[in-house]
Each structure stands twice: as C-alpha cells, then as structure tokens.
Design a protein around this ligand. Structure first.
Ligand SMILES: Cc1ncc(COP(=O)(O)O)c(C=O)c1O
Length: 528
C-alpha cells in the first residue's frame, strides 16, 4: 500500500489541486498512505478495471488493497501512519485526513481506515476532537535528515569563500553598517498597499506580470525615482528589476564576463560582491582608494570590469572626486572595460554638493548602474534594480529569466504603488532627517578617540584607529560588551586595510548612540 501521507489535503475544502499554492501540515498525513491513482479511483464505482488499465498496473497497490481483507489493509494504514509519526514526518498537533477522505483516496472502505485510526488513538498516537477532526498526539523523533555520507563535493572555489557578515546574536547596540531603522518604516501604508495588490484585481499591470525585466509599472516608477532623486538617465526600458544589488551584479557577470577575467574592485570594498565575483571564477584585484576615491592610476591594465561605489565609498564613506570620475570613464574607454556603479544609499545625503552618478556623465554607454531598496525600504524585501544601455537589454532579460525568472510579483506591484503615491519620497525625507542627526552625533562622539572619515551620506561612517591597532580584536571586545560592529580589516580585498571601525547608525536612535559610543570608548581604552 502506498504511504497514507502522500498527496495534498485541505481539511476545510477537501483535496486541493497539486499545483495549489498552500500546503497544509495535514498534507503529510495523506502522503503516508498515498492517493489512489486516478485509474484506480475510477474503479471505486464498482466497475471492473479495463484489461488495459489492469495490464498497465498489474502490481498496483490498488489491486493489492482490493484483494486483501479489511484487517490487512487496516494494519497497513496503521503501520504507515505510526511510522510517519515515530520518525517525525508527522508532528504532534498536525491534523490527519478524515476517515471518509482517506478511504476515498485509498479506495478502501471507510471502516478500514476507522479501524486503523481507532488503534492509533488507543495507543496514544492520534486524538480526535469533536467537530475539529483527528490530530497527531505523540511527538516523534526529529525528521530524518539527508544521508550524511555522500560522494558529492562542491567545486574548490567554495572552500575559500564564506557568508558575510557572520551572525551577532544578542547584541544590545547594533552598529552594523547598512542596517536601516525599521521603526521609521511606514508599516501602515505598506500593509494597506500590499493587502490591495494581493486582491485578485490588485495587479494593475497584469500584462507585464512574468516579464523577467520586472513589472512595467515598477520599471517606470524606478526610472522616474532615480531620474529625480539621483539624476540617473534612464527610461523604463533601461531598468531591470532585480532581487537586490547582489543579483544585479550577478547578471552583469553572466552577461559580460568569462571565468578568468580580471575584475578590479575598491580595496577596502564590499565583501558580498567580492564573494560573488570570486565564486564566478573571476580574478578579483583590489585597487587602493584615497581621499578622492578609487586610485584610477593603480587599475590593472588587464581589468575587463571595475566595480565601484563612487557616491559613498563602501566602507570608508568618502565620495569619488569629479576629476577621478572623469579619469575612470576615460580609462574604461581606453581599455574597453565596463564600469559597475553601485549607488546603494545616496538617497540619504546630508549636505555638500549633490554628487552626479558616473552614469549621468558617461557619454560612452560603459556604466551599468545598480541601486537597491534594501536601505530606503527594508533589506528583507530583496528588491533592487539595474540600469543598462539598450545593447544589453535582451541578454540581461534572458539572464534574469535563466537565473530565477523574475522577482516576486506582489512585492513589485506594492513597491510601484508605494513610489507612485509619493510614499517612498516622503519616507526618504523623514528618514533622512533622523539619520542626519545620528550621523552628526556619531561623528562628534567618535571624534573623541579617532579621526572619522569625512562623509556626507548613508547609514554609516568609518573611524580610523592608530596604525598598528588590531581592529578585529577591538571589534571582538566590543561584541563582548554588547556592541555589534565591523572592523575595517574585514573589508580588505587584496591589500591590508588601515585599522578602523565602521560605525552604522541606521538601527540605533540618538539616545542609544550616546550609550553605545560611551561604551565603545571604554572598550577602546581597555576599560570595558
Ligand atoms: C556597498 C553595498 N552595496 C549594496 C548593498 C545592498 O545590497 P542588496 O541590494 O543586495 O541588499 C549594500 C548593503 O549593505 C552595500 O553595503
């Protein structure tokens, strides 16, 4: 007999279609016994199976079931359910299918199932509640994992890579770079909009649903948003919606680069992208930065691509000067290279002259511009975008399709409305005011023990420590004191990084900043 916990079961509406979106815990219960094959189910009307059907499934469980007496069939159902409970496939409190439904699926009499259930109830495995159904009562083992021994091994490249950042559970003050303040997020408005787009009529833009480049509404909204807020030159057709910057860069790699190609990145630089490039088999070369940003004169001649954060260098924080931007564009033209511009948080600018993105002064179509909603909205959304020249549209759309088709549609539709209704702009304005006050406070307090790197934007700033300081050890001691933060050395790519700390202020309000930085000062002085 097949397992009684296979198939799908929805206790209020009966069996649900195999492609239904919701799988209930009780589905597992039906799977332990299995659903009758449709050919077998047709036979429950009392007609004899056709000779062809019988020949096609000579040893099917159905015929097996029909040939055996009820007690044998009950015993089978009993054993399969008991085993499923004992080895953890069915967990305590999960509902099992009603006897009538399981009997119909297995093409046995209802009494056969009832006998098995009675026995399981008598032994404490199941419990019935009047009007509610029958539930698993006993807690079994943890579900069995995949076989521990396997001859399969990942490619060598994965041995040298790690997920960054490492978790920091239980921290009291969260000074990690890049974490926005969830308390500033307009949850009510977001809830209203997401509830609206989940309605059957909620997708205004159904024609473009499933387009790997993203919902047309959202692409238009993003093109307008980056045009107004950052002077990026983009029409909706140039925008590709991605699952964050990380995926945008993954697509660029797939479309433009070959394993073994040299890619230059800022050093220190953004680890997740460095990991992505290395995992793709590219040769990553770190290029030093100074007060004006990337040292263009140090770029390796062989580089096919350069990944930069010109508006707010990550992690140090200074913007790239205009002469350097021009030099970088000229270099890329001479070398026939591509520039990937990661503009991850410049919605939050606190003064100084607005910085033109490289993309807006590029006359040569060599700059691919990526942005993210991880900072202005929330990182959990995993939405971002890539602005690319028309020559790459087709390949990028195909690469997006090949990688995971498209971003989640309700989230895309909700974000389009959020932008169209002016809520994103309002949220950015409000958050900017809050972050600016924090930025100033952190710079002032960190200035007591360090030289903060001058920066005018974003959710973090970097504070240099005296040469020779083991900044990783300082970060570890800070963690022991309840402060989560990153050391600058964690962002070293090829060269050693000057010691320092990266101080994020997205997740801490001003009162917490005072307490956290006072504590940090004691840690640095060796008094905590
Ligand atoms: C330099 C940089 N780029 C991009 C991002 C955002 O990446 P994603 O959109 O993949 O969340 C971050 C987030 O911290 C970042 O620091």
């Amino acid at each position: 007999m097949p397992s009684p916990i296979s198939g799908r079961w929805n206790s209020s509406r009966g069996p649900v279609a195999a492609n239904a979106a919701v799988t209930r815990p009780a589905d597992a219960a039906a799977a332990a016994c299995g659903s009758a094959p449709s050919s077998a189910r047709r036979q429950t009307d009392g007609r004899a199976p056709s000779p062809r059907a019988a020949a096609a499934k000579p040893a099917s469980w159905f015929s097996w079931c029909r040939r055996r007496p009820c007690s044998v069939q009950s015993g089978q159902i009993y054993r399969q359910l008991r085993d499923a409970i004992l080895d953890g496939r069915l967990r305590a409190t999960e509902p099992v299918p009603p006897t009538r439904e399981l009997a119909r699926r297995l093409a046995v009499s209802r009494n056969t199932v009832a006998v098995a259930y009675d026995r399981l109830a008598a032994e404490g495995f199941l419990r019935s509640r009047v009007g509610a159904g029958t539930f698993v009562q006993a807690a079994g083992a943890a579900p069995r994992g995949a076989p521990a021994a396997s001859p399969l091994r990942p490619r060598r490249v994965w041995d040298d890579l790690a997920v960054w950042p490492r978790p920091m559970p239980g921290i009291r003050w969260d000074l990690r770079a890049g974490v926005p303040d969830v308390r500033l997020f307009p949850f009510e408005a977001w809830r209203r909009i997401t509830a609206g787009v989940l309605r059957p009529s909620g997708l205004r833009d159904a024609a473009s649903a499933g387009d790997p480049a993203g919902l047309a509404d959202l692409r238009e909204a993003i093109a307008r948003h980056v045009g107004v807020s950052r002077s990026v030159r983009a029409g909706a057709a140039d925008v590709l919606v991605t699952s964050g910057t990380q995926q945008a860069i993954d697509l660029v790699v797939r479309v433009l680069l070959e394993p073994g190609d040299v890619v230059a990145v800022e050093d220190p630089g953004y680890q997740p992208v460095v990991t992505l490039l290395r995992a793709a088999g590219l040769r990553v070369v770190g290029v030093p930065v100074d007060a004006e940003g990337l040292r263009v004169d140090e770029l390796p001649g062989a580089a096919r691509a350069v990944y930069v954060t010109p508006s707010h260098q990550f992690p140090l924080g200074m913007p790239m000067s205009l002469p350097r931007r021009r030099a970088l564009l000229a270099w890329a033209r001479r070398r026939d290279a591509v520039i990937v511009e990661d503009d991850y948080d410049t919605e939050f600018r606190y003064g100084g002259r607005p910085i033109e993105p490289l993309q807006s002064i590029d006359e040569d179509g060599r700059v691919l511009y990526t942005g993210t909603f991880s900072k202005v909205m929330r990182p959990v959304l995993r939405l971002g975008f890539l602005v690319a020249p028309p020559s790459l549209h087709r390949a990028l759309r195909l690469a997006r399709y090949a990688s995971s088709w498209h971003a989640e549609l309700p989230a895309q539709a909700a974000l389009a409305r959020f932008i169209d209704e002016g809520l994103l702009a309002r949220h950015v304005r409000r958050s900017r005011r809050a972050y600016q006050a924090r930025h100033e406070r952190v710079a002032e307090l960190a200035g007591r023990w360090s030289r903060p790197v001058p920066a005018e934007a974003g959710l973090h700033l970097s504070a240099a420590l005296p040469a020779g300081t083991d900044d990783a050890a300082v970060a570890r001691r800070a963690l022991d004191a309840g402060i989560g933060l990153f050391a600058l050395s964690e962002f070293a790519v090829t060269g050693p990084a000057a010691p320092g700390l990266v101080l994020g202020y997205g997740a801490v309000d001003e009162a917490a900043i005072d307490a956290a930085l006072a504590r940090l000062e004691r840690v640095i002085a060796g008094r905590a």
